[in-house]
Design a binder for this molecule. Structure first.
Ligand SMILES: Cc1ncc(COP(=O)(O)O)c(C=O)c1O
Length: 374
């Protein structure tokens, strides 16, 4: 049976990985500055991670959400401690889109309203409400277009105020650092005013931390650079280091009701073991400190390359903007220099999303290769 051909593919076949590197079927080593789309947080095949998953699957890989699963609570407590999101409650699911879908659904249940405000160039996933809140008409099918969504420009606080005061908006959803859109960030003033506007208009403020969360920005969550208190925080990518797991952190003012949300696979034993190994490693290996050190080093090196016109993002979620489209440059980096990088909907931008374990020598390796490729 052929595969449904929805992905344009590079002709590389990785078969193994170790920390910041992946190895293909010809044993060629690739420096992974893409992290499989910001997913690899603690490095490929981290020994803690391999051990935790192996031990768990030997005992019990899965059972449904109809029984007691203490691993879920252990994960929730560790997440509360490391993220500093005191008092928030956790609902576990399997992916970023699903996290946002549940966040939007919860906002609608609780406010009794149904319109969503989202932002230009935002990306929130490919399921029903999540894709409708995504600013890309090419991936919105007619069935999704039925959702009531208003897309506004970032930094236009008056436009947000006008929409929220109409009284029918259940949620404002935002990426504090845009991922797919190209690493743009609104101003602190905008984020803080939108947070306040949500609070006075009975609208939930949803922080989509699917890509920017789990330390990638240098803080546990990117919203923590601002004076805001989201009602719901959605998480996924870095949470499982490749094991499919997602979740929503829910403010304690939002009361749960049996049956309100649910999933078969979400929060299963194996996913929790993977998620716990990630959190323990972020703590033990002091990865947030590493993100700051390497980010600073990376940006100082990027500033010395004249062809780089603009440096965007934070932490290890960095955009390098050129004054030409970077498709060919990224191909050269992969095929000639064996370095994976990410693209964005801004065609002039290379996205750098490495494992959070990256060291200075890997940054040096990248810049040597980039100079050659330019
Ligand atoms: C900010 C953001 N939200 C949501 C998603 C969707 O996540 P998933 O692909 O796991 O459904 C993505 C994926 O790239 C993302 O970057």
């Amino acid at each position: 049976m052929p595969l449904f051909d929805v992905y344009p593919l590079y002709s590389v076949t990785p078969v193994s990985g170790k920390d910041i590197f992946v190895y293909d079927d010809k044993e060629i080593e690739y420096l992974d500055l893409y992290g499989g789309h910001a997913v690899i947080s603690i490095g490929h095949a981290h020994p803690n991670y391999v051990k935790a998953i192996t031990n768990q699957v030997e005992k019990l890989g899965f059972y449904s959400n109809a029984i007691q699963n203490p691993l879920q609570l252990e994960l929730a407590n560790k997440l509360e401690a490391l993220s500093g999101c005191k008092g928030y409650e956790l609902f576990l699911c399997n992916s970023g889109a699903e996290a946002n879908e549940n966040a939007l659904k919860l906002a609608s249940f609780k406010t009794g309203k149904s319109r969503v405000v989202a932002f230009k160039n935002g990306f929130h996933g490919r399921t029903s409400a999540a894709v409708a809140a995504t600013d890309n008409p090419n991936i919105i099918a007619p069935i999704n277009a039925q959702q009531a969504v208003t897309i506004l420009p970032l930094n236009d606080v008056e436009a947000v105020k006008k929409e929220l005061e109409k009284g029918d908006v259940c949620a404002v959803i935002v990426e504090f650092i845009q991922g797919v859109g190209g690493l743009d960030q609104a101003t602190a003033k905008f984020f803080e005013q939108v947070d306040q506007l949500c609070k006075v208009n009975n609208t939930f403020f949803i922080a989509d931390e699917v890509q920017s969360g789990y330390g990638r920005s240098g803080k546990f969550f990117a919203f923590q650079y601002y004076n805001v208190a989201p009602d719901i925080i959605s998480i996924a990518k870095g949470m499982g280091n490749g094991f499919p797991i997602g979740g929503v952190l829910i403010h304690p003012s939002i009361e749960a009701k049996h049956g309100m949300l649910g999933t078969t696979f979400g929060g299963n034993h194996l996913a929790c073991a993977a998620g716990l190994a990630v959190l323990n490693t972020i703590e033990e290996d002091k990865l947030l400190e590493n993100v700051h050190t390497i980010s600073e080093y990376f940006i100082s090196k990027a500033k010395t390359i004249p062809q780089i016109k603009n440096i965007k993002g934070r932490g290890l979620m960095i955009g390098l903007e050129f004054d030409f489209e970077v498709g060919e440059l990224r191909k050269k980096l992969i095929y000639e220099n064996h370095i994976f990088t990410g693209g964005a909907s801004n065609k002039k931008l290379i996205r750098i999303l490495p494992p959070l374990t990256i060291k200075k020598q890997h940054v040096d390796q990248f810049f040597e290769a980039l100079k050659k490729a330019l």
